[in-house]
Design a protein around this ligand. Structure first.
Ligand code: SF4
Ligand code: SF4
Length: 276
């Protein structure tokens, strides 16, 4: 089973939820927030191995090019232009291979352009994966895809990027259940509504966890009630949580928070009818 943890905006406690759930369940954790991964700070995996991620980009043999411009016409990402000769803007290239396929003179070959890395390690028996996009690179998708290739039939918690960008959509592909983490404020509600719209369009069953809860009567609780959305649990607005977070401690190291996550897991099992 694949469970994605996402949030409409950053800083809502998405990584807190995903790392604590993964650890308590002792299941695979994947940090797909490849522009700013931080799950390893809490899970502290060991024996980390590194793997480069590259995309295949075109290399044009000028001697074979007949300037037909078919490669330029087919490129959906405006990565190729013709100014006396065919030129590539490599950071716009998505590595789709269409230009190579269409070239009538086989003037196009490919080379691998590195865009980031993935890391695989273990926290006790848990497999932990994370990826990082190189600075100045615009495309996180191939790194997320490479991370997700590791998923098999074992339960996996996927920590998505914040927001509802294409990186989130990529991380959500094939997931069985989604947990939306939010906070009980107008900002939290605004971004939650966008995340709910996305998740409903993708037809993924989901529930909500409300973080930094200080008052049961709040806009997010009311919205969830009105929209018939399962609230899987709440995390209190609590100084001790902030202190533990700032030290890179998992909340489940404290008995009362462990119980809180056990209750959330109980609720997830109940709505998904899965054992995890
Ligand atoms: S590989 Fe695809 S995206 Fe890259 S230049 Fe060719 S057609 Fe454009
Ligand atoms: S499709 Fe091939 S031959 Fe035509 S312009 Fe592009 S590289 Fe040159």
């Amino acid at each position: 089973m694949q469970i994605a943890v996402l949030s409409g905006k950053g800083g809502t406690g998405k990584t807190t939820v995903s790392t604590n759930l993964a650890k308590i369940l002792n299941v695979r954790y994947i940090d797909c927030d490849v522009e700013e991964p931080n799950g390893f700070i809490f899970l502290k995996p060991e024996n980390i191995t590194k793997e480069k991620v590259s995309i295949p980009v075109p290399k044009i043999d000028k001697s074979k090019c007949i300037h037909c411009k078919k490669c330029i016409e087919i490129c959906q990402f405006n990565a190729l232009v013709h100014i006396d000769e065919v030129m590539l803007f490599e950071k716009l290239c998505h590595g789709c291979g269409a230009c190579k396929t269409i070239c009538p003179t086989v003037a196009i070959t490919e080379y691998d352009r590195p865009i980031g890395e993935i890391y695989v390690g273990n926290s006790d028996e848990m497999e932990c994966l994370s990826g990082i996009l190189n600075v100045t690179e615009p495309m996180a998708g191939p790194i997320i895809s490479q991370l997700k290739k590791r998923i098999d039939n074992k339960t996996t918690i996927i920590d998505c990027s914040p927001g509802s960008s294409c990186n989130v959509v990529k991380a959500l592909l094939d997931v069985d259940y989604a947990i939306l983490v939010t906070e009980p404020t107008e900002f939290g509600l605004h971004d939650l509504e966008i995340a709910v719209e996305l998740i409903r369009k993708m037809n993924i069953p989901f529930g909500v966890i409300i973080n930094r809860m200080s008052n049961n009567k709040n806009v997010v609780s009311t919205y969830c009630l009105d929209e018939n959305i399962n609230v899987l649990g709440t995390i209190p607005y609590d100084k001790q949580i902030a202190i533990m977070y700032s030290k890179g401690d998992l909340l489940i190291n404290e008995e009362k928070y462990k119980q809180m996550f056990n209750n959330i897991i109980h609720n997830i099992k109940e709505v998904t009818q899965c054992n995890l």
